[in-house]
Ligand binder design. Structure first.
Ligand code: ATP
Ligand code: MG
Length: 355
């Protein structure tokens, strides 16, 4: 983690929009588990984001609990760290409103996720979907978090969160100083009076963007209507094996080196998944499987996926059987998160000039 005058703090969120996928696990949750060893962390079920693309969910409460269950089943310690749901901490929405006035419409219009999710009928997308990245910036900055582990698809939103922090720090520079809240931050040649840290995205590993099993050019998503496009964290062994067997591939054998994966998105994706699940590099996986057919590689990948995911899936089901216990964890987390958020919001109200 890089030098910063701000205290290191990790924040990340997952939306309750469907069954968690292998993409969510490799791109996000598994990194959370590693980061909690050396850092203070907040892991949030971002339920307010889940109503941006679709307003009414039949089972939002259950989805929310299942994400909390996935965090805990994957190894996150909710006592040592903070696991909570976003809508319980009003500071997220309050700061998002201020950020709506910091961010520019042009910034939002450039977001590729908005374009993808709004589809052709952009005029009919919710205003919330357009403003999504502003709420996401607030999620992070209401804790003045410094590091955000996410998948590659969130890179653009994190750049926007950095832009919001920089603009807020600039626009309110003298007010921040007057309030005695300035943190001296060096930005290139310049010294600025910062209140918000400029967040660092943590996007790395061999599978920062896991692709759909049906289309190697499309991201694997929990909200994809096709269940065969993804591996769910709660799929059983037979389902995982069947989905991997059916996964789209090309007719060639696997190449001997990473260079040979160029122009072969499906092969690249499956090798990346294998590498991430086994904590190896793609080059290392190809040194074992190069020259072999998918008919040999796919069963090995299915076995590996089952070995990693089934204990987590079993534990998720066990936790989900006691919704009261999960709710208690979320409530306790929210109380602790709220205490932190309230401190920031008191400062922000002072800086902005609200009486
Ligand atoms: P939705 O389709 O509703 O947006 P999602 O699968 O994209 O669902 P999110 O809740 O939006 O999931 O994202 C949670 C985390 O998972 C984020 O850090 C995101 O970057 C990461 N993530 C999502 N999909 C992938 C993927 N295919 N590969 C790697 N990381 C991913
Ligand atoms: Mg998403």
């Amino acid at each position: 983690m890089t030098d910063s005058p701000f205290k290191p703090l990790v924040f990340s969120g997952v939306q309750p929009t469907g069954s968690l996928t292998l993409g969510n696990y490799l791109g996000a949750i598994r990194k959370f588990v590693a980061l909690q060893e050396d850092n203070d962390c907040l892991f949030c079920v971002v339920d307010m984001h889940s109503i941006t693309a679709r307003l009414v969910h039949d089972d939002l409460k259950e989805q929310t609990r299942s994400i909390a269950a996935a965090f805990i089943a994957s190894g996150i310690d909710p006592k040592e760290h903070i696991v909570f749901n976003q809508s319980r901490v009003p500071g997220h929405a309050e700061l998002a409103w201020i950020f709506n006035c910091v961010a520019r419409i042009g910034w939002m219009n450039r977001m590729t996720q908005f374009k993808d999710k709004a589809g052709k009928d952009r005029e009919n997308a919710s205003l919330g979907l357009l403003a999504y990245p502003s709420l996401m910036a607030a999620d992070i900055l209401v804790y003045r978090a410094t590091h955000v582990p996410v998948g590659d698809d969130q890179k653009q939103h994190l750049e926007l969160a950095r832009d919001i922090a920089i603009k807020f720090n600039n626009d309110f520079s003298s007010r921040i100083e007057e309030a005695g809240l300035a943190v001296p931050l060096t930005m290139g040649e310049e010294k600025v009076n910062a209140y918000f840290p400029v967040v660092e995205p943590l996007i790395d590993g061999p599978a920062p963007r896991v692709m759909s099993l049906r289309d190697g050019t499309k991201k694997m998503s929990k909200s994809d209507p096709s269940d065969n496009s993804r591996i769910n964290m709660t799929d059983d062994a037979d389902t995982i094996a069947k989905k991997i067997r059916k996964a789209k591939t090309d007719p060639d054998a696997l190449p001997g080196d990473v260079e040979g994966l160029k122009g072969r998105p499906e092969a690249d994706n499956l090798v990346g998944i294998f590498a991430a699940l086994s904590d190896r590099t793609k080059a290392d996986v190809l040194s074992e499987f190069g020259g072999r057919q998918f008919s040999e590689f796919k069963p090995a990948l299915a076995d590996l996926s089952v070995t990693v995911l089934s204990p987590i899936g079993d534990e998720m089901r066990r936790l989900m059987a006691d919704p009261g216990a999960l709710d208690a964890i979320l409530l306790d987390g929210a109380e602790r998160a709220n205490a932190l958020a309230e401190k920031t919001m008191a400062d922000v109200r002072e800086i902005v000039g609200f009486v």
